[in-house]
Design a protein around this ligand. Structure first.
Ligand SMILES: Nc1ncnc2c1ncn2[C@@H]1O[C@H](COP(=O)(O)OP(=O)(O)O)[C@@H](O)[C@H]1O
Ligand SMILES: O=C(CO)[C@@H](O)[C@H](O)[C@H](O)[C@H](O)COP(=O)(O)O
Length: 481
């Protein structure tokens, strides 16, 4: 049989990744990644963190154009994952413009707002406490879609009135590919917006209506793993009418790419960081939110949950350190590329296996403790080299995660090993060393373990199951007729 492929895409906070998974051998044959470089400033809202969807789609186009054409026309399903919690608004029917060029048919965003990301800090604690209590086990934090929409309702209602649909950036891409007039959203992404009951897969409609929330903007909830629609046009050589999965969370997809059984915990380090393990199949989340503990229970697939320490401070801490050094050097008259700075820092820290410098790198605070920001202590004249400071930063990222989900918790849950995923980890030997130092359990780094691979696997597994079901159905039909 001729080869067929499932395309997986991940719209991350820092970079866009795409992979082709051979449907039969279940191996990744091709992968591409490009930086999204989509951050845009907004002087109009304090602590805003926004991105430009046009740049995200343009980085996606770059990735797609770099995949082998002859394989793209053999793609039988598309899966999309991406950064959770964020919200983007668009106008139904005119959310993009299709055009054809050298890369084949592509779409360009139009009538779309900026993406307000999960790193957005405009919702202060006072603002959040003025919002109604959700009927969900997940509390609402700044950067969550519903909190951002509440903020716009109160502070910039005119912007909301320009748009008729809302979703995460991955939902937007799925809607455009399918030419949908509205937006469907899986429980994985809906839970990340807040005000979503994961038990019945429904929004807290009455609570939201009662608080004056523009409920017409809420996407239609669908099951995680379901198909949203079919491509409305050929796209980068992928035929029109190809099934597109409803978008999934990047966190859940990174877990799917590498968790083999209940004895695996997963540590994902990308822009953010998550340490997670699977809850028993009969676990049901508490009825009300508890904002204090650093562990949250996020929906996975088929009514199961993942216990997660979701840290806001992962690879972005290293990125901020690199950005700081690069701009200091520029001010001092030296120009160095960021990739050179990364590789130099990693080399310096590898020759400095230990440090007594103590870095708490919670630059963005944490959702359970938003006001506690970063600190450096125990500074002495002998621990200020690049090696010491980089070692301290990397150690601090892992130490912070370990305070959120201590190793004893993993052991008590029956975890036997930690699977490492995410490119911030795979590209940084010092972070790997620090994971191994922190963990009493063996740490395994797979090849190709990240969200783009995970989302391709989800839909390939679905196709295999559906095919098996229809074969046994046709065998049954033959038998009874
Ligand atoms: N040249 C590099 N060497 C090592 N690490 C890097 C390099 N460039 C970026 N990183 C790390 O990778 C992180 C982004 O990882 P990525 O997988 O692209 O994130 P996301 O999935 O959130 O888009 C950055 O925050 C940074 O820590
Ligand atoms: O809260 C969670 C997951 O529970 C988050 O950390 C979530 O996975 C991330 O914030 C976003 O999805 C961003 O992911 P990434 O760009 O860092 O890969």
């Amino acid at each position: 049989m001729a080869a067929q492929y499932v395309l997986g895409m991940d719209l991350g906070t820092t970079s866009i990744k795409v992979v082709l998974l051979d449907s039969q051998s279940k191996t990744v044959t091709d992968s591409r990644a490009f930086p999204a470089s989509s951050d845009v400033s907004n002087e109009d809202a304090e602590h805003a963190k926004e991105q430009d969807p046009a740049r995200i789609v343009s980085a996606l186009d770059q990735c797609m154009a770099a995949l082998p054409k002859e394989k793209l026309n053999k793609v039988i399903c598309i899966g999309v994952s991406g950064q959770m919690h964020g919200v983007v608004f668009w106008k139904s029917r005119t959310g993009c413009k299709w055009s054809s060029g050298d890369a084949g048919h592509t779409f360009i965003p139009q009538d779309v707002s900026r993406l307000i990301t999960w790193q957005d800090g405009r919702c202060s604690s006072d603002f959040l406490s003025s919002l109604p209590k959700p009927e969900s086990h997940l509390s609402v934090a700044t950067g969550f879609g519903c909190a951002s929409i509440f903020w716009y309702t109160k502070h910039r209602p005119a912007l909301l009135s320009e748009f008729s649909v809302a979703g995460t950036i991955q939902d937007y891409v799925v809607s455009m590919l399918c030419g949908s007039e509205d937006c469907v959203m899986t429980g994985q992404n809906a839970a990340s917006w807040g005000y979503f009951n994961t038990t019945n897969n429904q929004w807290n409609m009455e609570i939201l209506k009662g608080a004056g929330f523009p409920v017409h903007l809420l996407p239609v909830p669908v099951e995680s793993g379901s198909i949203a629609g079919r491509t409305c046009s050929a796209w980068h050589g992928i035929p029109a009418d190809t099934p597109v999965g409803a978008a999934l969370g990047d966190f859940q997809c990174s877990v799917y790419s590498c968790m083999r059984d209940k004895a695996d915990a997963v540590l994902n380090l990308s822009t953010s960081a998550q340490l997670t393990f699977a809850m028993p199949a009969d676990f049901t989340p508490p009825i009300a939110p508890d904002p204090v503990p650093p562990i949250a229970y996020f929906p996975y697939f088929h009514n199961t949950y993942l216990a997660v320490a979701a840290s806001l401070n992962g690879g972005n801490v290293m990125a901020t350190f690199v950005g700081m050094l690069t701009s200091w050097m520029k001010e001092l008259g030296v120009e160095l590329s960021e990739s050179k700075v990364y590789s130099t820092l990693v080399q310096c820290a590898l020759t400095q296996p230990n440090t007594d410098l103590c870095v708490t790198p919670t630059l963005l605070g944490e959702r359970h403790n938003p006001t506690s920001l970063g600190r450096v202590s125990d500074i002495s004249p002998t621990n200020l080299s690049l090696g010491h400071v980089t070692r301290g930063v990397c150690r601090g990222i892992l130490a912070n995660l370990a305070t959120m989900m201590p190793p004893q918790m993993l052991l008590a849950a029956g975890v036997k090993r930690i699977m490492g995923s995410g490119s911030a980890l795979s590209r940084n030997e010092v972070l790997k060393q620090e994971v191994e130092r922190m963990s009493p359990l063996p740490v395994v780094y797979g090849e190709d373990v990240d969200s783009a691979v995970g989302v391709a696997m989800v839909f390939n597994d679905k196709l295999c199951k559906d095919t098996a079901r229809s074969i046994s159905h046709s065998v049954y039909c033959k038998h009874v007729t």
